[in-house]
Design a protein around this ligand. Structure first.
Ligand SMILES: [Zn+2]
Length: 264
């Protein structure tokens, strides 16, 4: 029940200006009313961009039973745990830490912090979000809230439909997209109380990072990543609340996640 009380507490804060009503009315307001819900999830399809390494392959969907119209009545799919909008469980880069089914439900919900460095990333595809970007965000918006999920808006989300632009490979096949820096990850893990971090491209480490330092720091601390997050440009820098619902693969290193942001 704790996650429900977290939601209720948040909604109480969000709706504190509205006339006081019954508790149930807050759910009514959330799901049918005034609060906006932004879907931060890309649809999965056979054209979805995927990491071009030997383990990489496209989302693979077969229709097993067809409706008279040809639409699928039943299908099946094969997909990497790390294709599309997904969550990296701590075990992805930290042996012995939680798998995707082991992350407690109340670790899935938290206030969203959105740090927009999209103009810096437009100028430099290898940009890393540095410690100073976090300090500048806090100077403007206040301290990062307790149990926040810190999202980097690199501007990559709107390239999703164009896999070549999303991968942004040079003539040697090296991809170029931005990420978090190790110093930013250290600050968030050691000096703030966060649930996880996320980004609107393939990886919380930039493409040219050689040894995945951010994965090692964040997963190493038992925290998750969200990758290929959609629609970050529709969120305010602070004030939104995230609901993450990852697929529950027993022992999985990660998996597709449906992410909703509740925006007051
Ligand atoms: Zn991943």
């Amino acid at each position: 029940m704790r996650q429900f009380s977290i939601i209720l507490t948040t909604l109480a804060l969000v709706t504190s200006c509205a006339p006081k009503e019954k508790e149930g009315d807050r759910f009514e307001e959330l799901f049918h009313g005034e609060l906006k819900i932004v879907d931060l999830t890309h649809p999965l399809s056979e054209t979805s961009p995927y990491w071009p390494d030997p383990n990489g392959y496209a989302f693979d969907y077969d229709t097993l039973i067809k409706q008279p119209s040809g639409a699928p009545g039943m299908g099946r799919y094969k997909v990497s745990e790390h294709l599309g909008t997904h969550m990296d469980a701590p075990i992805h880069f930290a042996d012995g830490k939680s798998s995707i089914d082991d992350i407690a439900p109340n670790e899935m919900f938290g206030p969203a912090v959105v740090i927009d460095v999209s103009s810096k990333c437009a100028a430099d595809a290898d940009y890393v979000l540095v410690k100073q970007d976090i300090l500048d965000w806090e100077a403007e918006h206040g301290p990062i809230p307790e149990r926040a999920i810190v999202l980097m808006n690199s501007g990559w989300g709107n390239k999703w439909e164009d896999a070549a632009a999303y991968k942004n490979e040079d003539e040697k096949g090296q991809m170029h997209f931005p990420g978090f820096s190790a110093e930013a990850a250290e600050l968030l893990i050691k000096e703030r109380n966060i649930l996880g971090i996320g980004i609107d491209n393939f990886s919380v480490d930039r493409a040219i990072a050689t040894d995945f330092p951010v994965h090692l720091i964040v997963n190493g601390a038992g925290k998750f990543h969200l990758e290929n997050v959609a629609n970050l440009d529709q969120l305010p820098p602070t004030g939104a609340y995230l609901i993450n619902a990852p697929i529950k693969i027993e022992g999985g290193s990660g998996g597709q996640v449906r992410i909703f942001a509740v925006v007051p």
